[in-house]
Design a protein around this ligand. Structure first.
Ligand SMILES: C[S@@+](CC[C@H](N)C(=O)[O-])C[C@H]1O[C@@H](n2cnc3c(N)ncnc32)[C@H](O)[C@@H]1O
Length: 312
């Protein structure tokens, strides 16, 4: 199988960067129409100050975790818990005025910075839940348990937030197919097995990290899967809504939002990642598939997409 990883230099990506907006060119009174569905290249702390207030329906944040991590030429260096709290408060306080009154917020983190993120998030919003994503892949530790999970904090600006449960149903294989009067109770027989569409819990074990044979894969060191972001977007926004990602990386939030007919604002400081994001968006315009999401439901991890299926 061909390696599909998107990985090219800034020079080779110059053609893509032509359609990016430079944060330095944004004005204080930039209108939503001028920034939406474009990638903003620059420092998120500066760009956020210039975005229109009360225009965002959904905020999805995947900030650098409190670890030493290289993001191309830039690096995030681990800081104390107190400093990480200040760092988080600084960017979150810039995001908050941009949100509409019924907006939802998701912030990704690992076990180490989860407490700090939680403590800052609750200063600004109403915490609704904590999702745990079982990552499957993780680096082995010499004298510790391998980290195989991440947290995603879910919050809202008010209690009047939008949540579409039926858009994020999970199709699971039925282990004990109960029948009522000889008929399947809440499950469907398909050529490849018996399935039930279930309400998703806050434990997500159906999503793998992007890997080399997936067309969404890039060389970004901490890329999130489109399937994971699709769940957040489908549950917490409507078509046409505006989704903001202040740490855009390889463009996963933006590309997934576009595939699901939402609008996006994406900010990233590394031009190489922005070029990859724009390349991904170009591809998404021709191919809207999201690996693991088909027929309006989320399938179990690594389900073969070419299986013959019948609809309910
Ligand atoms: C954890 S990664 C996000 C990955 C992204 N969710 C994806 O799927 O590719 C964090 C990103 O934030 C970017 N970043 C960190 N500080 C930034 C800043 N001050 N302004 C803009 N981008 C920043 C990094 O370059 C990195 O790509």
């Amino acid at each position: 199988m061909r390696n599909k990883t998107i990985d090219f230099s800034v020079e080779d990506g110059a053609i893509y960067l032509k359609s990016a907006l430079n944060e330095k060119d944004l004005k204080k009174d930039t209108s939503l129409e001028n920034v939406v569905d474009k990638f903003i290249l620059g420092d998120t702390y500066e760009a956020l100050k210039k975005l229109p207030k009360k225009s965002v329906d959904l905020l999805i944040c995947d900030p650098p975790y409190n670890l030493n991590k290289k993001f191309g030429k830039n690096a995030f260096l681990a800081i104390s818990s107190e400093e990480y709290i200040k760092y988080t408060r600084k960017w979150l306080s810039l995001c908050m005025p941009l949100l509409k009154d019924n907006a939802s917020i998701y912030i990704c983190c690992d076990w180490k910075c989860s407490n700090e993120i939680f403590s800052v998030l609750k200063e600004f919003a109403i915490i609704q839940n904590r999702i745990t994503w079982q990552r499957e892949k993780g680096r082995g530790a010499k004298a510790n348990w391998k980290n195989g999970m991440e947290d995603i904090w879910f919050a809202s600006t008010t209690e009047d937030y939008y949540f579409n449960l039926s858009a994020v149903k999970q199709r699971r294989r039925v282990l004990a197919p109960y029948k009522d009067n000889g008929k399947p109770k809440d499950w469907t027989q398909t050529p490849d097995g018996k399935y039930r569409d279930t309400c998703p819990s806050n434990f997500w074990d159906d999503i793998s990290v992007p890997y080399w044979s997936m067309s969404e894969n890039t060389a970004h060191p901490t890329q999130k899967p489109e399937k994971l972001i699709a769940k957040l977007i489908l549950a917490s926004s409507k078509e046409g809504d505006v989704v903001l990602d202040p740490f855009g990386g390889s463009g996963t939030t933006a590309v997934t939002a576009n595939k699901l007919n939402r609008r996006f604002i994406s900010i990233e400081q590394n031009p190489q990642y922005v070029a990859w994001s724009i390349k991904r968006l170009d591809t998404a315009k021709l191919d809207k598939t999201i690996q693991g999401y088909e027929d309006g439901v989320f399938w179990e991890r690594n389900t073969q997409l070419n299986l013959k299926r019948t609809k309910k």
